[in-house]
Design a protein around this ligand. Structure first.
Ligand code: 2HG
Ligand code: ZN
Length: 476
């Protein structure tokens, strides 16, 4: 596409009205770079519509002028899916002025809100109504409803409540031609033909702009127990999870694997962090169980389950949080891993999944691959063990100045992803494709699935104006 002529830009500004756009270089700058600072692009204008009708008018106008649009939520994504490309010919459409909570219906266990609402705001609104919105992730203070739907976000409670897709009841979407798809209901059952709203969940804004959604709420847990458990191996962690499910059923909400090296990085780089156990152990799990009943005896059951695991040798040691402050401290250790890795220096990330039962073997094989290709690099394999999803990340041994990993990144990542493919796993379990993994998707996705994706894109966005170059390579 060519740069957008001034007259056409003026028409867009007129459509958006005063306060409806940002134009100066300083105002545009934060919208032109992704959260990790890896993807940088340019946009002549950031559109800030205030209503679905305005988004619809705006998109219809852009379609008539063949102007490309890049929908953007909280801009916390990891794959550059919300960052414009370099040509200065794509308009960023930010939903951040669309922040109305439309309804909280405790009886239907549902919440309906504009796409620009922050996740944390919606969690609070659900809590005020005595309900739980269970989506929980590190960026919850800045990610938005539209963003987490468009990326089908995961996080730390997927084990119990599922990914974003499982939490969406209804959607409102502006299609690439400006039409509004209105499926914004709280219906739990609706088998009327194809479930078309599913197309937009995880589509990273390539098929339309999510403008509002209705999500599921749950009973708030009245009892919570949290522990950091030390273990000999990932296999021991899986066995522990198995045992806990036998004794506590689906009370197990969070089961996050943490290697020793991650804990060391956090203690080294994040002020106020300290090892919660006296001795060092090769692996840990941050474990949380919750129950809706206040007097469920959960704490006692939890303690005896962990004591049993230690007695039988399945776990090595454990610390159970005895106050909210201790619980927060344990959670902070887990949530600080990305920041600690960032401070450790330029590394590589792999957001992989395999069948949970095969993860221990995958970690071992992956370690061997890395020992050959990146000797000395630190493997920080952590994350959502119960979901089979690990962040199979690498940090440099030599700290911030050590750029060897990044220099060999393509070869190393290719080898890790080839291994994932041998396990029939996923090369992007929860962070999406964006612009970062377009070629990887082409390489590893089932060709039939890829062809279907292209057909869907062509059917919904024949002009190719909706977030071009993300997920799929632009058509001819
Ligand atoms: C997490 O689980 C996030 O903490 C970030 O998905 C993962 O930084 C990462 O690699
Ligand atoms: Zn994660």
């Amino acid at each position: 596409m060519n740069p957008i002529p001034a007259l056409r830009l003026q028409a867009l500004k007129d459509l958006l009205g005063p306060g409806g756009f940002l134009e100066s270089a300083a105002d545009r700058a934060p919208f032109e770079v992704d959260f990790r600072g890896i993807h940088r692009g340019r946009t002549p204008l950031v559109a800030l519509p205030q209503s679905t009708a305005q988004v619809s008018d705006f998109v219809r106008h852009c379609a008539s002028q063949r102007i490309a649009i890049v929908p953007q939520g909280g801009n916390t994504g990891y794959c550059g899916g919300a960052t414009p490309r370099a040509g200065n010919d794509e308009i960023v459409l930010s939903l951040r002025r669309m922040t109305r909570i439309r309804a909280v219906d405790a009886a239907s266990n549902s919440l309906t809100a504009d796409a620009g609402c922050l996740l944390a705001t919606l969690q609070d609104a659900a809590a005020t109504a005595g309900r739980l919105l269970p989506m929980s992730l590190g960026s919850e203070g800045s990610c938005t409803l539209g963003g987490i739907i468009s990326t089908n976000a995961g996080g730390t409670a997927v084990l119990r409540y599922g990914m974003m897709r499982e939490l969406v009841l209804g959607l409102e979407v502006v299609l690439p031609d400006g039409r509004v798809l209105d499926q914004l209901t709280a219906l739990r059952k609706d088998n009327t033909g194809y479930d078309v709203k599913q197309l937009f969940i995880g589509a990273e804004g390539t098929l339309g702009v999510v403008t509002a959604a209705c999500v599921k709420l749950f009973t708030r847990p009245a009892s919570t127990a949290t522990a950091m458990v030390a273990l000999a191996s990932p296999a021991a962690a899986l066995a522990l999870l198995d045992g806990l499910r036998d004794s506590l059923g689906d009370a197990v909400t969070t089961f996050e694997l943490i290697p020793r090296i991650a804990l060391e990085f956090v203690c080294r780089h994040v002020p106020g962090s300290r090892d919660p156990l006296a001795a060092a152990h090769p692996w840990y799990v941050l474990l949380e169980v919750t129950q809706p009943q206040a007097d469920s005896g959960l704490a006692g059951q939890f303690e005896s389950a962990l004591a049993g695991a230690i007695d039988s040798g399945r776990a090595s040691d454990a610390v159970i949080a005895s106050s909210d402050a201790q619980r927060d401290a344990l959670w902070r250790l887990r949530e600080s891993i990305p920041e600690a890795q960032r401070q450790q220096g330029p590394g590589l990330k792999h957001d992989i999944s395999v069948e949970p039962s095969r993860l221990p073997q995958f970690i071992e094989e992956g370690r061997e691959v890395l020992a050959r290709l990146a000797p000395g690099a630190r493997l920080v394999a952590y994350g959502h063990l119960g979901d089979g999803n690990l962040h199979f990340n690498l940090s440099p041994a030599g700290g911030a100045q050590d750029t060897a990993l990044v220099a060999n990144g393509a070869t190393i990542s290719r080898a890790v992803h080839d291994l994932v493919a041998r396990y029939r796993g996923s090369i992007s379990a929860e962070h999406g494709i964006g612009q970062l993994k377009v070629a990887e998707l082409e390489r590893y996705e089932d060709p039939v699935a890829l062809a279907l994706m292209r057909s869907i894109k062509q059917a919904l966005d024949p002009l190719g104006i909706m977030n071009p170059g993300k997920v799929l390579r632009p058509g001819p």
